[in-house]
Design a binder for this molecule. Sequence first.
Ligand code: ADP
Ligand code: ZN
Length: 213
Amino acid sequence: MIVILLGPPGAGKGTQAAALVKRYGIPHVSTGDIFRANLAEKTPLGLEAKGYMEKGALVPDDLVVRLIGDRLSQSDAAKGALLDGFPRTTAQAQALEAFLDKESKKVAACLLLEVDDQELLKRLTGRRVCRSCGSGWHVAFSPPPSDLVCPKCRGEIYQRTDDSQETIKNRLKVYHEQTSPLIDWYKAKGILKAVNGLGEPSQIEAAIAKALG
Ligand code: ADP
Ligand code: ZN
Protein backbone atom coordinates (compact mmCIF):
# COMPACT_ATOMS: atom_id res chain seq x y z
CA MET A 1 0.00 0.00 0.00
CA ILE A 2 1.50 3.30 -1.15
CA VAL A 3 -0.05 6.37 0.47
CA ILE A 4 1.04 9.94 -0.33
CA LEU A 5 0.83 12.72 2.22
CA LEU A 6 0.43 15.97 0.31
CA GLY A 7 0.26 19.46 1.73
CA PRO A 8 2.19 22.70 2.20
CA PRO A 9 5.17 22.98 4.56
CA GLY A 10 3.85 23.18 8.10
CA ALA A 11 0.57 21.42 7.33
CA GLY A 12 1.37 18.74 9.91
CA LYS A 13 2.47 15.96 7.58
CA GLY A 14 5.18 14.73 9.95
CA THR A 15 2.83 14.62 12.94
CA GLN A 16 0.15 12.73 11.05
CA ALA A 17 2.69 10.43 9.44
CA ALA A 18 3.74 9.17 12.87
CA ALA A 19 0.12 8.19 13.63
CA LEU A 20 -0.44 6.58 10.24
CA VAL A 21 2.71 4.50 10.41
CA LYS A 22 1.52 2.99 13.68
CA ARG A 23 -1.92 2.28 12.24
CA TYR A 24 -0.87 0.71 8.96
CA GLY A 25 2.54 -0.74 9.79
CA ILE A 26 4.20 0.71 6.69
CA PRO A 27 7.45 2.71 6.80
CA HIS A 28 7.44 6.51 6.86
CA VAL A 29 9.48 7.78 3.93
CA SER A 30 10.15 11.51 4.27
CA THR A 31 12.45 12.93 1.59
CA GLY A 32 13.09 16.00 3.78
CA ASP A 33 14.20 13.77 6.69
CA ILE A 34 16.42 11.72 4.37
CA PHE A 35 18.09 14.87 3.02
CA ARG A 36 18.60 16.30 6.52
CA ALA A 37 20.13 13.02 7.75
CA ASN A 38 22.47 13.00 4.74
CA LEU A 39 23.40 16.60 5.40
CA ALA A 40 24.23 15.84 9.04
CA GLU A 41 26.48 12.99 7.86
CA LYS A 42 27.93 15.21 5.09
CA THR A 43 27.29 12.56 2.43
CA PRO A 44 27.59 13.56 -1.28
CA LEU A 45 23.78 13.47 -1.53
CA GLY A 46 23.43 15.75 1.50
CA LEU A 47 26.02 18.20 0.24
CA GLU A 48 24.35 18.35 -3.16
CA ALA A 49 20.95 19.05 -1.59
CA LYS A 50 22.23 21.63 0.92
CA GLY A 51 22.11 24.80 -1.19
CA TYR A 52 18.62 24.11 -2.48
CA MET A 53 17.24 23.33 0.97
CA GLU A 54 18.73 26.43 2.57
CA LYS A 55 17.04 28.63 -0.04
CA GLY A 56 13.74 26.79 0.31
CA ALA A 57 14.02 25.64 -3.31
CA LEU A 58 13.36 22.12 -4.55
CA VAL A 59 16.20 19.66 -4.96
CA PRO A 60 16.40 18.65 -8.67
CA ASP A 61 13.90 15.95 -9.69
CA ASP A 62 16.46 13.42 -10.92
CA LEU A 63 18.23 13.40 -7.56
CA VAL A 64 14.99 12.95 -5.60
CA VAL A 65 13.68 10.28 -7.96
CA ARG A 66 16.88 8.25 -7.63
CA LEU A 67 16.72 8.54 -3.87
CA ILE A 68 13.09 7.38 -3.71
CA GLY A 69 13.77 4.49 -6.09
CA ASP A 70 16.52 3.26 -3.77
CA ARG A 71 14.38 3.71 -0.68
CA LEU A 72 11.33 1.90 -2.10
CA SER A 73 13.54 -0.98 -3.20
CA GLN A 74 14.52 -1.73 0.41
CA SER A 75 12.87 -4.77 1.94
CA ASP A 76 10.78 -2.93 4.55
CA ALA A 77 8.99 -1.08 1.75
CA ALA A 78 7.84 -4.32 0.07
CA LYS A 79 4.44 -4.03 1.73
CA GLY A 80 4.16 -0.32 0.98
CA ALA A 81 5.18 3.07 2.26
CA LEU A 82 3.85 6.36 3.48
CA LEU A 83 5.39 9.03 1.27
CA ASP A 84 5.85 12.40 2.99
CA GLY A 85 7.27 15.25 0.92
CA PHE A 86 7.32 13.24 -2.30
CA PRO A 87 6.18 13.69 -5.02
CA ARG A 88 6.49 17.48 -5.06
CA THR A 89 6.35 18.11 -8.81
CA THR A 90 4.39 16.58 -11.68
CA ALA A 91 7.63 15.12 -13.06
CA GLN A 92 8.22 13.36 -9.73
CA ALA A 93 4.65 12.00 -9.75
CA GLN A 94 5.20 10.64 -13.26
CA ALA A 95 8.49 9.04 -12.24
CA LEU A 96 6.82 7.44 -9.22
CA GLU A 97 4.05 6.04 -11.42
CA ALA A 98 6.60 4.58 -13.84
CA PHE A 99 8.54 3.02 -10.97
CA LEU A 100 5.41 1.46 -9.44
CA ASP A 101 4.13 0.28 -12.85
CA LYS A 102 7.20 -1.91 -13.23
CA GLU A 103 6.22 -3.71 -10.03
CA SER A 104 2.50 -3.75 -10.88
CA LYS A 105 1.83 -1.46 -7.93
CA LYS A 106 -0.01 1.83 -7.69
CA VAL A 107 -0.70 4.67 -5.33
CA ALA A 108 -3.66 3.73 -3.10
CA ALA A 109 -4.47 7.23 -1.89
CA CYS A 110 -3.20 10.78 -1.85
CA LEU A 111 -4.09 12.51 1.37
CA LEU A 112 -4.16 16.30 1.19
CA LEU A 113 -3.78 18.28 4.42
CA GLU A 114 -5.31 21.71 3.86
CA VAL A 115 -4.02 24.71 5.83
CA ASP A 116 -4.04 28.38 4.79
CA ASP A 117 -0.81 30.37 4.33
CA GLN A 118 -1.40 32.69 7.29
CA GLU A 119 -1.63 29.74 9.67
CA LEU A 120 1.36 28.04 8.03
CA LEU A 121 3.54 31.12 8.59
CA LYS A 122 2.58 31.18 12.28
CA ARG A 123 3.32 27.50 12.67
CA LEU A 124 6.64 27.46 10.82
CA THR A 125 8.23 30.56 12.36
CA GLY A 126 7.72 29.13 15.87
CA ARG A 127 8.48 25.51 15.03
CA ARG A 128 11.18 23.56 16.90
CA VAL A 129 12.03 19.96 16.06
CA CYS A 130 14.09 17.09 17.43
CA ARG A 131 17.20 16.52 15.37
CA SER A 132 17.01 12.76 15.94
CA CYS A 133 13.37 11.64 15.88
CA GLY A 134 11.66 14.58 14.16
CA SER A 135 9.15 15.26 16.95
CA GLY A 136 7.86 18.83 16.88
CA TRP A 137 7.00 21.70 19.21
CA HIS A 138 5.97 25.33 18.86
CA VAL A 139 7.40 28.15 20.99
CA ALA A 140 3.91 29.57 21.65
CA PHE A 141 1.42 26.70 21.22
CA SER A 142 3.34 23.76 22.70
CA PRO A 143 6.70 24.94 24.06
CA PRO A 144 9.62 22.49 24.10
CA PRO A 145 11.31 21.60 27.42
CA SER A 146 13.65 24.40 28.53
CA ASP A 147 16.76 22.16 28.39
CA LEU A 148 15.94 21.48 24.69
CA VAL A 149 16.42 17.74 25.22
CA CYS A 150 13.81 15.59 23.45
CA PRO A 151 11.77 13.65 26.06
CA LYS A 152 11.22 10.81 23.57
CA CYS A 153 14.76 10.11 22.41
CA ARG A 154 17.12 12.50 24.29
CA GLY A 155 17.97 14.15 20.95
CA GLU A 156 18.63 17.89 20.56
CA ILE A 157 15.65 20.18 19.94
CA TYR A 158 16.52 22.90 17.42
CA GLN A 159 15.13 25.31 14.83
CA ARG A 160 15.56 24.16 11.22
CA THR A 161 17.62 26.64 9.20
CA ASP A 162 14.88 26.71 6.55
CA ASP A 163 12.29 27.77 9.16
CA SER A 164 13.39 31.43 8.89
CA GLN A 165 10.84 34.02 7.73
CA GLU A 166 12.40 34.60 4.29
CA THR A 167 12.90 30.93 3.48
CA ILE A 168 9.40 30.05 4.63
CA LYS A 169 7.93 32.58 2.18
CA ASN A 170 9.90 30.99 -0.61
CA ARG A 171 8.86 27.45 0.40
CA LEU A 172 5.20 28.49 0.31
CA LYS A 173 5.69 30.08 -3.12
CA VAL A 174 7.37 26.93 -4.38
CA TYR A 175 4.53 24.84 -2.97
CA HIS A 176 1.85 26.88 -4.72
CA GLU A 177 3.72 26.98 -8.02
CA GLN A 178 5.25 23.53 -8.31
CA THR A 179 3.52 21.17 -5.90
CA SER A 180 -0.14 22.22 -5.77
CA PRO A 181 -0.77 21.11 -9.40
CA LEU A 182 -0.53 17.59 -7.96
CA ILE A 183 -3.88 18.15 -6.25
CA ASP A 184 -5.66 18.11 -9.62
CA TRP A 185 -3.40 15.35 -10.89
CA TYR A 186 -4.48 12.96 -8.10
CA LYS A 187 -8.06 14.24 -8.15
CA ALA A 188 -8.24 13.22 -11.81
CA LYS A 189 -7.07 9.75 -10.81
CA GLY A 190 -9.90 9.59 -8.27
CA ILE A 191 -7.65 8.96 -5.27
CA LEU A 192 -7.39 12.41 -3.67
CA LYS A 193 -8.70 12.64 -0.09
CA ALA A 194 -8.73 16.17 1.27
CA VAL A 195 -8.72 16.72 5.02
CA ASN A 196 -8.88 20.00 6.95
CA GLY A 197 -5.51 20.44 8.65
CA LEU A 198 -6.73 23.02 11.20
CA GLY A 199 -7.45 21.84 14.73
CA GLU A 200 -6.08 19.40 17.27
CA PRO A 201 -3.76 16.70 15.89
CA SER A 202 -6.07 14.03 17.34
CA GLN A 203 -9.11 15.49 15.52
CA ILE A 204 -7.17 15.56 12.28
CA GLU A 205 -6.02 12.00 12.88
CA ALA A 206 -9.68 10.93 13.19
CA ALA A 207 -10.62 12.81 10.00
CA ILE A 208 -7.79 11.07 8.15
CA ALA A 209 -8.84 7.65 9.40
CA LYS A 210 -12.35 8.35 8.14
CA ALA A 211 -11.10 9.59 4.76
CA LEU A 212 -8.92 6.54 4.23
CA GLY A 213 -11.69 4.17 5.34
P1 ADP B 1 8.63 21.01 4.46
O1 ADP B 1 8.59 21.29 5.93
O2 ADP B 1 8.87 22.25 3.63
O3 ADP B 1 7.50 20.15 3.97
P2 ADP B 1 10.62 18.89 4.05
O4 ADP B 1 11.23 18.53 5.34
O5 ADP B 1 9.67 17.94 3.42
O6 ADP B 1 9.99 20.33 4.23
O7 ADP B 1 11.76 19.23 2.97
C1 ADP B 1 12.76 20.17 3.23
C2 ADP B 1 13.49 20.53 1.93
O8 ADP B 1 14.04 19.34 1.32
C3 ADP B 1 12.64 21.14 0.83
O9 ADP B 1 12.47 22.53 0.99
C4 ADP B 1 13.45 20.78 -0.42
O10 ADP B 1 14.57 21.62 -0.59
C5 ADP B 1 13.97 19.39 -0.10
N1 ADP B 1 13.03 18.35 -0.59
C6 ADP B 1 12.36 17.45 0.18
N2 ADP B 1 11.59 16.65 -0.57
C7 ADP B 1 11.78 17.05 -1.86
C8 ADP B 1 11.26 16.64 -3.13
N3 ADP B 1 10.38 15.64 -3.23
N4 ADP B 1 11.68 17.29 -4.24
C9 ADP B 1 12.56 18.28 -4.17
N5 ADP B 1 13.08 18.74 -3.02
C10 ADP B 1 12.71 18.12 -1.88
ZN1 ZN C 1 13.55 13.00 19.64
